[in-house]
Design a protein around this ligand. Sequence first.
Ligand SMILES: [Zn+2]
Length: 246
Amino acid sequence: MDTYFKALKQILEGKDDITFFSGAGLSTSAGLPDFRSDENGFWKSNSPVHFSDFLSSKAFRQKSWQNNIAIHKKIKNTKPTKMHNLVNKVLKRRSNNFHITQNIDGLHRSKDNENNIIELHGSIFKAQCLECNAEYETLDYFKKLNTGEDFICSSCQKGFIKVSTISFGQALAPESLEKAENASMTCKFFIVLGSSLKVSPANNFLRIAKNNGAKIIILNKDLTPMDDYADIVINDCLENIYEEIK
Ligand SMILES: [Zn+2]
């Protein structure tokens, strides 16, 4: 076995705190479309709604909900990959292991890892009132598209209900950011899974981890601008890497 794979396997099976950071590469290997390299045109036909448009017009709110339905349909038959399962096994072992993810598809979830998952960009399975933060199940709101009703919170009667994924133009939730910062600060190993690390805050968490003494491991198909920070870089798709370390 290649030395890098051997080291990685030892880390994953070891007793030190690990924080994973995953991007689209973890989900594309499960067959989901990536926004940046959308070969099948999924995102073209379901173009994202800017946050300011969501606030200003009912038609855009309907479009946003329509997109959510399309994503639900798209992922219906998608299953977590072996790498998702491996990460969950590592999370289950220690309460101080965390998984920060930019993915909204919920493939990373399992029933025992809720407290160790930080969904930076939210989730397609939840909806929230933008005024009073009341939480709703997205499925209950799909029928409003047929009735033509607007998406108004039944609790405060004034806020709009939006799928809890972060839209373009919308700020990330401060509590997720704080949790992700803490998980980056305290870990001994910071492992990137399938992220190009080109945008903030993705690369900030890596810097925070590095500045606090963590070893950095980057597993990504392509080179990233943060590779110089890393102790181990493996450029391959995650399925292939999994086969080497399973
Ligand atoms: Zn409300």
